[in-house]
Ligand binder design. Sequence first.
Ligand SMILES: NC(=O)c1ccc[n+]([C@@H]2O[C@H](COP(=O)([O-])OP(=O)(O)OC[C@H]3O[C@@H](n4cnc5c(N)ncnc54)[C@H](OP(=O)(O)O)[C@@H]3O)[C@@H](O)[C@H]2O)c1
Length: 343
Amino acid sequence: MTLNFNDPSPALDGASLLITGGTGSFGKAFAHTLLERYEPRRVIIFSRDELKQYEMEQTIPADKRDRVRFFIGDVRDAERLELAMREIDYVIHAAALKHVPAAEYNPFECVKTNIHGAENVVMAALRTGVKRVIALSTDKAASPINLYGASKLASDKIFVAANNLAGTNDTRFAVVRYGNVLGSRGSVLPFFRQLIASNATSLPITHPDMTRFWITLGQGVDFVLSSLEIMSGGEIFIPKIPSMKITDFASAIAPDMPQEIVGIRPGEKLHETMITSDDARTTLELEDRYIIEPSLAFWSNAHLAGHNARPVPDGFEYASNQNNEWLDADGLLRLMKEFGIEY
Ligand SMILES: NC(=O)c1ccc[n+]([C@@H]2O[C@H](COP(=O)([O-])OP(=O)(O)OC[C@H]3O[C@@H](n4cnc5c(N)ncnc54)[C@H](OP(=O)(O)O)[C@@H]3O)[C@@H](O)[C@H]2O)c1
């Protein structure tokens, strides 16, 4: 399995970073990794809910607390973002509304956070002279069929095109797109865990053939860090990660529990795609990742020369049912153990 993401990590000692959505599953893992591996000058956690911030603050080691600042703010509020980004070197944009049914039911709210929020992050980063911005995206943004995916596709486009606005400013923007994060808030693992704990008699499976891409939070954090290092602006970075059938996932978590087929939910795909065959025309393959290249006038991939970057074949598609790497039950349990994920 190619999952090392071994590119050099960026030099973040002495740097100031801001994480929108810093109290979420990704944001917390990213902030803790920063504090463990580097000596950042400042890490700003930017999010709305004071309780989540208070709880996160308690988990920061005492000797690191003076480096971390908690900013209450909403990505819909451009002025607040601009204030928070003063003297910031790097921004990781992880704030999002990501619950598919909630986005279908509250479409304007999803648009305001995921699309207007993206524009606000871009404008604030340009105005304050941030060096690099990475925005998190999802497999649901490739050929989207639900509003969450569509809003993240719009966000991806905003971040890629933002490189055109930079002018003489050095601010650069890139996107990291990946699949289901094992154990993240609101994901299938805590859902199954809760059903098992409440003595449910079966686990609901929407479709027996359904497949998904899987990544751990730790791998997601490493992937963002290495993408931050190699980005030159405008790329969509996609990790090579394994797929697994949902039925195999449920069997691995609860081998003795019956599975009940409940039908595909509105807005749900049978398989997820990270690179469509149309995007493949501008996609490069490296050892551990794909890069969808931007169509920006100044874009050149010369800086990837040492990374064995080559174009993918015509008609290539990177979808969860057409993957070379598959997780079986043992592989999943090994991965969970390696990354300390309880089940
Ligand atoms: N989890 C996955 O499986 C997965 C897969 C692929 C991609 N992603 C992407 O990865 C990113 C992070 O996901 P996650 O799993 O860490 O999400 P999460 O656990 O739900 O966290 C979301 C964070 O965003 C904050 N937030 C929400 N609305 C906000 C707003 N309007 N202004 C400021 N902060 C706001 C939340 O805090 P408050 O509510 O306190 O504001 C929270 O800190 C998202 O962009 C998501 O699309 C996730």
